[in-house]
Design a protein around this ligand. Structure first.
Ligand code: AMP
Length: 286
């Protein structure tokens, strides 16, 4: 496995490969990240990862400075998965003196995380465009755990004619249902137990839908009530949205739904989602 710290070094090393699968990360890796690497390697024959905690997608005063880092451990995990190339740049390499561009994606970046975290998706779209240009992958892999991010990246690729296929990979969960996240490391044991409430709320929404409930507000109310029942959790939003446009739904119809939520649990802001399958489609997202 080669670890490259500059754009020039990465580009030179990449030339030795044909098809290449790529998964960008912010490090502090867990099995969710590794599932992306396995797919990249399995489907493309060669895999690249990046580890870069991107400052421009964090609002001032949020967790950029305390975001967990463990680069040596991450590199050992990537090597064990057979990853071929790792791009590990410093902030200066990505944002040199005078850097002054930003990529803004419209509609799908506005609600949900975009509304809760102003500027977040401008930071994400800008850095992902740069990483895709540097890495030049055949396919790029993103986790469905960040469902809106997948929608934003797919729109970026479509609207700006990037020559890469975007693959969304299933959310990897802990045995009790909590979606794996680097931010779970912020949780105290009591917060960790409380954090199960996110998955419980989503599971309740799915149960209601499976029993025939199509009124989106009933699903939102059920999720809100479950989140409110856990004193250590503070709901940020609950959403039942069209899976393509991410617009809030009144009725769940043939299009299915993206059911998502965000909550503060102790020091960690956690997000999760499930997809309610379109009519006739297979169940997925969990
Ligand atoms: P991050 O390091 O949090 O920026 O995540 C890097 C990539 O891993 C993103 O595409 C995430 O959506 C994905 N990812 C994070 N957590 C999970 C998970 N539990 N299951 C699947 N993919 C994940």
């Amino acid at each position: 496995m080669q670890v490259l710290r500059t754009k020039a070094e990465f580009r030179a090393a990449r030339r030795a490969f044909g098809a290449l699968g790529f998964a960008p990360t912010m490090g502090f890796l867990h099995d969710g990240h590794l599932s992306l690497m396995r797919r990249a390697k399995g489907e493309c024959g060669a895999a690249a990862a990046s580890i870069f905690v991107n400052p421009t997608q964090f609002a001032p005063g949020t967790d950029f400075d305390r975001y967990p880092r463990a680069v040596d451990r991450d590199l050992a995990m990537l090597e064990a998965e057979g990853v071929d190339l790792v791009f590990l740049p410093e902030v200066q390499e990505i944002y040199p003196e005078g850097f002054d561009a930003r990529v803004e994606i419209g509609g799908v970046s506005q609600g949900l995380e975009g509304a809760a975290r102003p500027g977040h998706f401008v930071g994400v779209a800008t850095v992902v465009l740069k990483l895709l240009n540097i890495v030049a992958p055949t396919k790029a892999y993103f986790g469905q755990k960040d469902a809106q991010q997948v929608a934003v990246i797919k729109k970026l690729v479509r609207d700006l004619d990037l020559d890469v296929e975007i693959i969304a990979a299933e959310t990897v969960r802990e045995p009790d249902g909590l979606a794996m996240s680097s931010r779970n490391s912020y949780l105290s044991p009591a917060d960790r137990t409380a954090a199960r409430v996110l998955h419980r709320a989503l599971a309740a929404a799915r149960d209601l839908h499976q029993k025939g409930e199509t009124d989106a507000d009933r699903l939102r109310s059920a999720m809100t009530a479950i989140l409110a029942s856990e004193g250590r959790a503070k709901a940020d939003y609950v959403s039942v949205a069209d899976p393509s446009t991410l617009q809030e739904l009144e009725t769940i119809g043939a299009q299915g739904a993206l059911v998502s939520l965000a909550a503060q649990v102790g020091p960690a802001r956690l997000i999760d989602n499930i997809i309610l399958a379109p009519e006739g489609g297979p169940p997925s997202g969990d």
